[in-house]
Design a protein around this ligand. Sequence first.
Ligand SMILES: [Fe+2]
Length: 350
Amino acid sequence: MEFVPIRTKRAGRSRGADGFPHPCGTGRADPSFDPGSFALTLLDVIESPDYRPPILPPIATELLALATRVDVDLDEIVPLVERDGWFAVRLRAAASAEARATGVKLGSLRQVCLYFGLLQIRDLVIEESVADCVFLGDAHQDTMNGLRRHSLATGHLARSLAECSSVASELAYVAGLLHDVGIAGVLHVLTERDIELGPLPPPSVLWPAIERIHGRVGAIMARHWGFAPEIALAIEVHHDQPAGLDASPLAAALSIASELAHHEGFGLAEVALDGSGRDSARGADESSSAEPTELGPKEDGAPSTRVPATVLDRQLSLLGLERSSLHLIAHRARRALRDIDEASGTGEAG
Ligand SMILES: [Fe+2]
């Protein structure tokens, strides 16, 4: 069966309650506003030496540092987890639920850490940290909630893709989780520096500027936080992948995983098309004159035009995969995708 991207399962929500169209979608253009120059203004702020992204809790940065070493001892991990009581409770609950399903009984925190291992603990810490410290903001909470949901799904699907390809699976989940973090970073800047930036047009008008720079901003944030260079690079080019030897398989995995997330009902793009039929969230590479992929209609009847066939096929060939394998890859991640909405109590997954 051929994989036919992208058919969004749920229709109807074209805009968050905070006024933003959903991330990776397209805001309608306002002729009096120049997204290009506003994007450069935002980049000036974020690339300045005094920019700091939202602060991750100490356990996240310390675990990131530990995870870069090959000689980590359990005696270093357990005290670190113990120091963060709230995370220790969450880790114990997650490990116990998983262990129960396999008939394993866990007792001490040491056993919990041993059961999960450093990388799984790191992934859980990053997941909790970005949910609590990054995908959060009173001014844009609806968009942040959507971002978090899409990012979790993309993380699980990126891991599933990595397990079926040559992509480093230990990087894939975290990279997927962070691939659109630049959108959240820009929203934080807009909130914190509104006086400095001056009067702004409505959020929907700002959206093309945010889309244009979110990969670069996300990479800057990831470097500030100390994530692996491969992760930062993949975030930076996930919509604008260079061809040839410089192409990043991890970035290709992020791009495909994000599209699969949309396909599985975890997209943020009931896309407001700009009239050209293109999603301007894509880089120049993808919005070229390449022949569009044959796409299924969305439930609201509007044609979906997310991924040109040539781009999808080039990304798949970078991973050594065929389109037909995407159904299996999505299937492998479906239990984790269901858990996303069950955990948040929305029951929206479908
Ligand atoms: Fe993106």
